[in-house]
Design a protein around this ligand. Structure first.
Ligand code: NAP
Length: 254
């Protein structure tokens, strides 16, 4: 009975940034649970679609840049044309950029806010009407511990602020749409081994600081975020909404 609650047979899951890293791992988790997958990012150059098809999942890919204001609605339209519904929306695409605030130029600031905040808002705005029509839906936003605490040693005020916005958007949407049977949650990962945290040589000295500050003394793996995503996207979490679930090896416990 309890394992059945993780079953996503016939559910349609739209995952932004599904081409690699955490998003691709979430696609594996939801696909294994039975969901039909629609992935999107600027390119499928890492072979995500092929990898997921080999695992026998129903998968399609929409190539688009979420910074373009018109793209979120196009991704939703593509999904509805293909499957006629959207049960699960995972807003995972994101970009991290460090730098001292006094030297942080407008282009960088715009890039972070446009993708990490505005695109998440637009994806939700575009997907919610379909979910309302269906009478149910689940949204999962990928926030960060950087939206809860100020990470060190890297200065990244804009990124931190963008992820705090994601957490607040999650709570606001959860409150606004609970009466439509739409649940909205977030995951706040700690440091996870992906391209995003693959540091150039000159910043490699950050790793010991990150691990030292993490009680479990290591970085997380994408699949450790994906397991939490499966819980939040499935009926196993049917009474959970407005939650920011921290998955960080204990980093924010201190
Ligand atoms: P990643 O490996 O760099 O993956 C980022 C994903 O976002 C890729 O699929 C990328 O695909 C997509 N993306 C980037 N720019 C895009 C754009 N303009 N339009 C559409 N898609 C775009 O990073 P990750 O670590 O898996 O990060 C996934 C999420 O987790 C992000 O929101 C990140 O902030 C969050 N997070 C990560 C960590 C960590 O330690 N790794 C910690 C906390 C939170 P394309 O390049 O093909 O577009």
């Amino acid at each position: 009975m309890f394992l059945d609650k993780f079953n996503l047979d016939n559910k349609v899951a739209l995952i932004t940034g599904g081409s690699r890293g955490i998003g691709l791992s979430i696609a594996h988790a939801l696909g294994e649970a039975g969901a039909k997958l629609v992935l999107t990012s600027r390119s499928d150059s890492h072979g995500a679609t092929e990898e997921l098809k080999k695992a026998n999942y129903d998968v399609s890919f929409y190539e688009g840049d979420l910074i373009d204001r018109s793209v979120p609605q196009k991704i939703v339209d593509f999904t509805l044309e293909k499957h006629d519904r959207i049960d699960i929306l995972v807003n995972n695409s994101g970009v991290a950029q460090h730098g001292d605030t006094e030297k942080f130029n407008d282009d960088l600031l715009d890039k972070i806010m446009d993708l990490n905040v505005d695109a998440v808002f637009r994806m939700c705005r575009s997907a919610i009407p379909a979910m309302k029509k269906q009478g149910e839906g689940v949204i999962l936003n990928i926030g960060s511990i950087s939206g809860l605490v100020s990470n060190i040693p890297q200065p990244q005020t804009a990124y931190n602020a963008s992820k705090a916005a994601v957490h607040m958007m999650t709570k606001s949407l959860a409150s606004d749409y609970a009466n439509q049977n739409i649940r909205v949650n977030a995951i706040a990962p700690g440091y996870v081994r992906t391209e995003m945290t693959n540091l150039p040589k000159e910043n490699e000295h950050w790793y010991p600081t990150w691990n030292e500050l993490t009680p479990m003394k290591r970085m997380g793996e994408p699949h450790e975020i994906a397991s939490a995503a499966l819980f939040l996207c499935s009926p196993a979490s049917s009474y959970v909404t407005g939650e920011v679930l921290v998955v960080d090896g204990g980093y924010t416990s201190r």
